[in-house]
Design a protein around this ligand. Sequence first.
Ligand code: ZN
Length: 133
Amino acid sequence: MLKIEHLGIAVKDLEQSNLLFTKLFGKAPYKLEKVESEHVSTSFFMMGESKIELLEATDPNSPIAKFIEKKGEGIHHIAFEVSDIYAEMQRMKSEGFTLLSEEPKKGADNKLICFLHPKSSNGVLIELCQEMK
Ligand code: ZN
């Protein structure tokens, strides 16, 4: 793993949270993006080497809606950048971690992504992501 690419924060109302975090960070998100496959609307703030991703559910079946229902708003996942997501997924598997998908998916911000089940990583939801070229 190369670095923390971003932290994902689950929010109920993206528009309101964009205003709140713009105030907090002193800058606006550089990108708003809907990810249909994950049933989320997202915004990204650049924070030096890393980013903050805000995620709002677009429907009640979204993993974000379920997360907020169970735990409330807050930090949802940590995303790590990898140079070869296929190799890293194989490595994770052979180390005994549980992957949430067999193949990488297309995520927000031009990335291939894969999540690890939080049960296999001390309750932390981990996202692997690789820039699509
Ligand atoms: Zn993410």
